[in-house]
Unconditional design. Sequence first.
Length: 486
Amino acid sequence: MSKLKYEDLALPHYRNSEVITSIGGTDLTLPDIVAAGLFSRLNIFFVGEKGCGKTQLATDIYNTYFGGKGLFERGNPDFNLKDLYERINISKLEYSKVEASLIQRLYDPKEDNMIYAIKSLVDNEIAWTKIPHKKAEKILSEFNITTHDMIELSKNVNDNFFFIDELNRTPQLVQNQFLNVADGYIIYKGRKIPLGKNAKMLESGLGKDTTYRGSNYTIGIATANVDKNYTGTFRMDDALVDRFHIFLDFDFYRMSVNDRIELMEIDGDPRVRDSKPKDLSSKIIKVHNELLNKPPSEEAKIVSLYLTEGLNYCHKFSKLNHRKSNFADGMFPDICFSEQCSKSSTICGFTRSASTRAMSAYLGFTKGLEYIAKLKNPNTNIDNFETIIEAVRIAGAYSGIVNTRRANQQNPGKPQILMNEVIDEVEKRVVDKKEDIVKAMSYAAHGELRAEHIEIFEHDWGFMGDYLTRVNDNTKLVKKAKAKKA
C-alpha cells in the first residue's frame, strides 16, 4: 500500500480555500481541518445556515475518502438504528425445518407407545431408528428457531464512516440511538459489538450468538441547521453533542470570494453533487494507528491541564476550595457578578474547565493537525504550545468551556468568536509563563526539582506543582532502575 499524499485528499466539489489556522508556518483550510479530525478519529459536527456547503463536504468525504461505503442517512422522527445494523436471515428458518424433519415422533407397535426416531438411508431405502427421548429433545431444541434467532448483524458493522444529515430533525429520544455509534460500537443481543473495517464475524453455530472482533475505526460526521427560525427541528441532546468532538461553524469559516466565483462558473446546479468513489480508508486508518501510538507532548499536556484545572480556578470563593466545579448547579457565573468579583469581567467570569473527554479529543486533534501540516508542507516547523492552542481554538467553541449566555452580554458574537477571545487570553497566559515552565520542566526532567521551582506557580497555575513533582519522581525512579541494573 502506497503512502498517503496530500494530493490524495483533494475534494471533487467542495471549495473553501480560506485559511483557518497556521501550524508551524503552514496554512490550513477547512478541508485540512476535517482531514486532521479523520486522522485523529474524532467525530465532527458541521453547523451553519442552509446552503453553506455542509452536506456537500460530507458527501465528498463519503465518496472520495471512504469509497461511497458507509451509513448515509438524513435525520427524521421515524429513524430506527436497528434497521441499519440488523437483518432477518430467512434461510435459518428453512434450515431448521429441514433438519427438524429428520426426527419424528412415531408409534411403535412392539412397545405399544410413542417413540422418537431419526430418519436415515440404509441400502438406498429410508429407515427409522429409535433414539432416546432426552437425546431427541436435545437435538430438536437446537433447531427450534425463533424470530429472535433469525435476526443477525448486517455487513454495515464493517463500515468505517457514518453521516447523519440534519441530525436535529430527529427528536431527542431518537438521537439517543446514536450515542453508542458515536462511541464506535452497537449493542447486539446484550453484547458490545465494535464497528469498523476488518471486523470479522466468528460464527459459533447456527441458532447461536455471534461474536465480532475488529480494528474499531469508525468516524462520524453530522450536520445541523442551528438557526431558531427552522421548523421541524429539535434540541440537541447534550450527551450526544459531547460525543462530537469537533464543531465547525460554516457561517464563521466562510469560503472566499474566489471560491464562490469558481462554483458559479461550473454549471449553476444547486444540488449536492456526487462523484466517482475513491477509497482512502486503509491509508487513513494507517495514519490513525501511527498517531495513536505517538504520546502527546509535555507542552500539550500542560496546556490541557490549564484548560481543565486553570480555568476551574475561582479567585474569590475560598470556601469552595477555589474551584468553580464546586458551585451548586446554576450559580456560576451569575454569582461572580452579584458578588462583584474583580475577575467577573475577565474570561474567568464566563469560562469553565474543559471536560476530560474534551481534552482527550484535543490532545488527539493536536496530533492530527501536526500530521496534516507536515503532509501539506514537509518543512513545517512544529511548536507544541502553538499546536495545542490552535487545536482547542478550533474544536472547543461548543464544548461548554464558554458560558455563551453570560459572554454574549459582553460580546454578542458567535461561539467561535467568543472562543477565540478565550484562547487568545489563555495563549497570553501560557506565553507569560513559558520561560518558567521550560526552566522548571528541565529541572524535573533531570530529577533535580526544588521547592523554588514550584512556588512560582500559584492560583490558576497551582496544578503545575503536582505535574512537576510527578515528572521529577518518575525521573528519579528511572535513574534508580538504571543504577540497579548497572
